[in-house]
Structure formats: structure tokens, C-alpha cells
Ligand binder design. Structure first.
Ligand code: BDP
Length: 468
């Protein structure tokens, strides 16, 4: 369908709704089936852990079957990003690791200034390779720019490339360099200073590691650093991916870190506002590169208790992943580790691991990694409601994430019917237990419903995809 016909059909459906004196909560949807949209990358789903976690070589290890099983449940082919605040406190050594390790697990870095540095050893990297092979995941590996030397980064990168081999997606140099100012660098630090330091590290690593690939700038929220990096990337064919971070709220403990704010369309105090998304698009256009949200979660400083660890975070994560897929991005990584409040997986090898509420949100939508997007448009858009459609192996599915208190009724275009197949739900928004993904066996109908605070998947019939 061309754009004009698509808009005409939107107008017709909107009119039909009004004529029927639609209830306030009724909406309609239009589809723009275009088989030419590229598929969502199959490694779209990702997790992010602190570099310090590598100080315990037994964590990311083929000998940690419980964690391997949970990673596989989240995605048969995801991406593990290693980095975070602690990455600026790590040193690489090819020596044997200290025994016992300094800790069993390491959660999200909340102090921002880790007092004691940690050591990453070749053993930790060999175990990480075994872990990645067992999970089927790739790795985005962060090197210490904040407080490390280029020589140490080159030594580490040499070992990482040799040991992780095809499991290595790319190196990142520095975690949130846009926050170095007044931390590891003077108050006068600028994007230009960062680019010049990045080049020094990049050139040293690239010389030592032929074939190395790089991603970046892995920034927190200061977009001029992304713009500068995208321009610089044009000079470096070995830069293959742009990255930055997103926290929906923060810091933990602030008055905005609430359930209601998390579920809003553009949370107050988020690290990236909807109006700034165009800067990411422009960076991708400048550098001709894909974009990955390489770290993030519901609320920075480790997560807000009662918000980041309850059902609302599951609903939020499902919607967040789908919105990122819809923007054509390459993937998202949820930060976690240890017993971090926002960690999708909590626990330790010695006491076992648990699936946190957010885990279920990620699981619910992971099936769309590898699928192709079908553009959708909600008519008379309502806040806190998102609809997406996908096509995969000849099947079409609709997803509605209803973050609102109202039941949503969605009228489908003429000739199209849908049947609900799966629902993400829980006893309450602030429930820590009882979060479920239930199968549903509904008949095909010309409209669909989504209960308050649920995410829903429907099988679609009658939607003809345009051949390319
Ligand atoms: C980010 C850091 C990460 C932290 C996270 C947080 O990169 O290491 O864990 O904030 O504060 O800035 O939760």
C-alpha cells in the first residue's frame, strides 16, 4: 500500500470509529505491510554485567549451568555486554587469578567510584568463552579508558580476541566517557578531548589486534559525544556499531522513581527524552552504522526497590524492547548482576539464581528477535498503549502493550482478524511474584482487547504482505 492509500485507510477507519460513537477506550489500528523492512537482528536481546564480575572466573563459566539455562531461556542467541562503571577500575593480567576471588557476584555499580580495582585474567576469559559457547550468546567487551593505559587495553584486547574468537562482537573503549568530567578528567573535558583519547586507545589496540572491531561511544546521556563519535567513525572502517545507554528514571531514591512514572510514555528524569531520539537517527545516518542500546534499565543507581523489582518493570521492559525494535535498532542490553534491584536475573552460583519480574517481560517479547516488523499505526493514539506487528516464517502477529489502567479495544482493518495467543500478566503492578506468561486460546475476531496493565500477543489472519 502506498503512503497516500495508507493515510486514506487510516482516515476511513477513524471515521468508522467516530460514526459508531466509539467508547473512549476504543481504538483502531492500521497496518502498512511492507516486506522490505529488514528483520530484527536475532541477537537483539541482551544483558549487561559489570566488568568486575570477571574477577570471579567461576561466574561466567561453562561450570555455571543454572545461569547458562537462564540466559538461554531469555534468548537462544543474545548479546552479553561487559562494562559499566567498574570497567574503569579493572586491570588485565595473564597471571593466575587471586584465590579465593574477591567476591562471588558483583551487582550494578552504584557508588560510581569503586574503591578497590579488580583484575581480569586469561582464565576468566577462557571461562567466559565456554559460557558464551554454552549459551549461544556473543559479547560486547569494554576496555578501561577512564583509568587504564592503552598498553594494558591492547594486552587485554589481544587475549580477548584470541580467546573469545567468533563470540566477540566488538570492543568498547570506556564506559560513559561523557561522565568522565569531574570524575577521572578535569571539568574542562570535552567531546573533542574524548575523541583524541579514544583514537590513541583505538590505534594502540588496532595495531596489536589485527581484525579488531569497535563499538561506541557507550555514553550515558550527553548526545554531543555520540554525534562526535559518529563523525569520527567515518574515518574508521573497524567501527561497526554505535552505542549509548538508557535509564528510564534515576537516581534510585529520587521522587520521580515511581511506578507511575516508569509506565509513562516519556518518563520524567529519563536519561534520553523522546524528543532527542532524532540525534541517534542522525548519528546512524552520519556513520552509516547500526545502533545498540548497550546498557540500561528502569532506574539508575542500581534500581528503585518496589518499582524496578516488581511486575511494572516487566511491562516496562516488554514495551521498551518493542519500541527499540520498532526504531530499527540493533539491540538492547539490560544491566544487572548480583542482587541488583533491577537485575533481570538475581543470585549467585552458591545459592542459585531467580528470575526477577523483568525477566518475564524480556522473555515475552524475545520471540520477535529475527522477525520482520510490519509498520502499524494506532488511530486516535492513547497514552501508555503501544501496538506492534511482526511477520516471522509466514506467520503474522500483533502485540499490544497496555501500560494503562483501562481496558483497550482495538478494531482491526476490514478483512483482518486476530486471536489472542499469549498474555503477560500479574496479580498487581507491584507484585514480585505470580508474574506469568499465559497461553490463550481465543477465537479469531475483527477486534481485540487488552486488559489493563498487560502485554498481549495475537495471531493475525488476512494481512497480505507486499512482495518486494
Ligand atoms: C551506569 C553505570 C553502571 C551502573 C548504573 C547504575 O554504567 O555501571 O550500575 O549506571 O547507576 O551509569 O545503576
Amino acid at each position: 500500500m502506498n503512503r497516500r492509500r495508507f493515510l486514506a485507510s487510516l482516515a476511513a477507519s477513524a471515521l468508522a470509529l467516530r460514526c459508531a460513537q466509539a467508547h473512549a477506550l476504543q481504538q483502531a489500528i492500521a497496518f502498512q505491510p511492507d516486506a522490505s523492512l529488514p528483520p530484527v537482528p536475532s541477537d537483539f536481546i541482551g544483558l549487561s554485567y559489570e566488568s568486575a564480575q570477571l574477577a570471579n572466573p567461576a561466574f561466567f563459566s561453562p561450570q555455571n549451568p543454572a545461569l547458562i539455562a537462564l540466559f538461554r531461556e531469555l534468548s537462544p542467541r543474545g548479546n552479553l555486554r561487559i562494562g559499566g562503571g567498574s570497567s574503569e577500575f579493572t586491570t588485565f593480567t595473564s597471571d593466575a587469578p587471586p584465590t579465593p576471588p574477591p567476591f562471588e557476584v558483583f551487582g550494578p555499580d552504584t557508588s560510581k567510584i569503586v574503591k578497590t580495582g579488580t583484575t581480569t585474567t586469561a582464565l576468566a576469559l577462557r571461562n567466559l568463552r565456554g559460557f558464551l559457547d554454552a549459551t549461544g550468546w556473543s559479547c560486547l567487551y569494554g576496555l578501561n579508558l577512564g583509568q587504564g593505559t592503552a598498553a594494558n587495553a591492547a594486552g587485554e584486547a589481544t587475549a580477548v580476541q584470541r580467546i573469545l574468537g567468533p563470540r566477540l562482537l566488538a570492543f568498547q573503549i570506556g564506559n560513559e566517557p561523557d561522565s568522565f568530567r569531574n570524575r577521572y578528567r578535569p571539568a574542562t573535558y570535552t567531546p573533542a578531548d574524548y575523541i583524541s583519547e579514544w583514537n590513541h586507545f583505538h590505534d594502540t589496540v588496532a595495531l596489536a589486534v589485527p581484525g579488531a572491531r569497535f563499538a561506541g561511544p557507550d555514553i550515558s546521556n550527553k548526545l554531543p559525544y555520540l554525534t562526535a563519535f559518529a563523525q569520527e567513525a567515518l574515518r574508521h572502517p573497524d567501527v561497526t556499531l554505535l552505542t549509548s545507554h538508557y535509564y528510564a528514571m534515576g537516581p534510585a531514591g529520587s521522587p520521580h522513581a515511581t511506578l507511575d512514572n516508569l509506565l509513562s510514555d516519556d518518563p520524567v528524569s529519563s536519561t534520553l527524552k523522546n524528543r532527542d531520539l532524532s540525534v541517534i537517527e542522525e548519528a546512524c545516518d552520519t556513520a552509516h552504522l547500526p545502533y545498540r542500546m548497550s546498557e540500561g534499565n528502569s532506574c539508575w543507581n542500581g534500581g528503585q526497590s518496589g518499582v524496578s523489582d516488581v511486575y511494572a518493570s516487566a511491562l516496562w521492559s516488554a514495551g521498551y524492547i518493542l519500541r527499540c525494535m520498532n526504531r530499527g535498532w540493533a539491540g538492547v542490553n539490560f544491566h544487572g548482576g548480583g542482587d541488583g534491584v533491577y537485575a533481570p536475573i538475581a543470585g549467585a552460583p552458591s545459592r542459585g539464581f531467580t528470575r526477577r519480574p523483568e525477566f518475564f517481560g524480556v522473555c515475552f517479547v524475545q520471540r520477535f528477535a529475527g522477525a520482520s516488523l510490519i509498520r502499524t499505526k494506532l488511530i486516535e493514539t492513547k497514552d501508555r498503549v503501544d501496538a506492534f506487528a511482526f511477520s516471522h516464517r509466514g506467520e503474522q502477529e500483533l502485540v499490544i502493550v497496555n501500560r494503562s489502567l483501562d481496558e483497550i479495544q482495538l478494531a482491526l482493518p476490514a478483512g483482518i482478524t486476530a486471536a489472542k495467543t499469549s498474555i503477560l500478566h500479574a496479580p498487581a503492578l507491584d507484585a514480585k511474584d505470580g508474574i506469568e506468561i499465559s497461553k490463550s486460546h481465543n477465537a479469531y475476531k475483527s477486534s481485540v482487547t487488552a486488559s489493563p496493565y498487560t502485554a498481549n500477543i495475537y495471531a493475525l489472519r488476512g494481512l497480505a504482505l507486499k512482495k518486494t
